[in-house]
Design a protein around this ligand. Sequence first.
Ligand code: BES
Ligand code: MN
Ligand code: ZN
Length: 480
Amino acid sequence: MKIRFTKPKVQPNLVLFFDAKKHLALPNDWPTDLTEELTQLLKLPEFGAKSAVYKILHPRLERVFLVGLGKKPEPRELGALLGKELINPDFAELHLLLPEDQEHPILTGFGPFLEGFFLGQYQYEEYKTDDTKKNKFKRLTILGSRKKSLGEALDRAWVMAEGTRLTRDLGNRPANKLTPSDLSLAAQSMSQAYGLKYKRLTEAQMGKLGMGCLLGVSKGSDQPAFLNVIEYQGDKGAPTLMWVGKGLTFDAGGISLKPAANMHEMKHDMCGGAAVIGAMQIIAELKPKINIIALIPTSENLPDGKANKPGDVLTAFNGKTVEILNTDAEGRLILADALSWGVKEYKPDWVIDIATLTGACVVALGHYHSGLQSDSEPLAKRIEKAAQVTGDPVWRMPHAEIYEKDIQGTISDLKNAGGPHGGMITAGLFLKQFVGKTPWAHLDIAGTAWSAERIPYYPKSGATGVGARLLAEIALSWET
Ligand code: BES
Ligand code: MN
Ligand code: ZN
């Protein structure tokens, strides 16, 4: 998409803003006949006082998008509504008339508005061959002067949306096109393109290190597993954050096979890993003064003659033994080795993992809040604050050690599934066993990574890209 600023003048295919009192934000020197005509039109009851985008056709202006701010304007949501309107139209350029009032919500919220616009424009097209169904929108012309603050807001919005685009594309990509090798390649090519340090551990290397849990999950698949590592150094003296994202490129459940209905959606079980990759791309561009180690363990979870069986015992990197009660609780296994190895190898000051981890989280919180679990007040607060900024809602769940009993093993140290209740909490408690004393937080995005279409800046179906902007914002707002 090309974006430029030019002098305001009457142009076809316009975006105009009006407030809850139906007052249009037009420049003083705007042709009076047009001003009057549009003001008259707005009196119709169809133009309500709520936040909405209305499209009208006009003999001179062609298409006019009248953006109603409503009583409580949400710039990101308004931008997204506009962005979504423009998917698949047969014109490619839009002129957005900036309000002159510097306190106008669209100007004070220009970054979120544009971010919403770019996020709303997203459509997954990799396997569409019909060009008429593709998004052809190409040029956004902003009618107004490019002030420094506006230019910066635009650049940041674009970077945030592009990182999210990567996360979404990976999440939507089918499992036969995105194997653990492909996900690793995606992590590598992003790292190379953005100047980040990258390496990966192979199965042979992980075997030598004793990562029995990650390798255990991968045994039932013909595809080799990897542990990807991306490093960003923003300031040697600053703290180091470790991000660990679950990269299950397909989760059939293993021998504890999932039901057939909607199993195809389990291609998105790598969205935590994809969020980490997208966030690293954003970080590489916006360069916060903090250091980040990103780990993406990746594998498939399939039933096979070589697969884990319920009752098998695996030994994790940190020496703990885990009895597998349910082969479908595989995410915590691959995260366990990544977390314990990462903490030992890189000694981070803070750890955040992000994973499509439990159906229990979806039952508890639905599709519009990611579950947050943490043993650190300051870290949880930072995450909650960042979530407010990016509009990726999180909801804190208790890190209730009273449930630890549920994951204690009978013949082993631990078991990989807890009791019938508190499934998100027991999964989080399991992960914490592999982090040690480092302050830690866990984001369960099982509900939010996919199909959260009621949030306007998430797509109408498929991967939402949740986590990419959130993780990036946590780093950007760290300020030690
Ligand atoms: N990937 C799933 C969790 C999931 C469920 C993600 C729904 C997205 C939507 C995870 O690996 C899983 O299968 N978890 C099990 C754990 C259980 C067996 C202890 C679950 O939640 O059912
Ligand atoms: Mn599973
Ligand atoms: Zn899974």
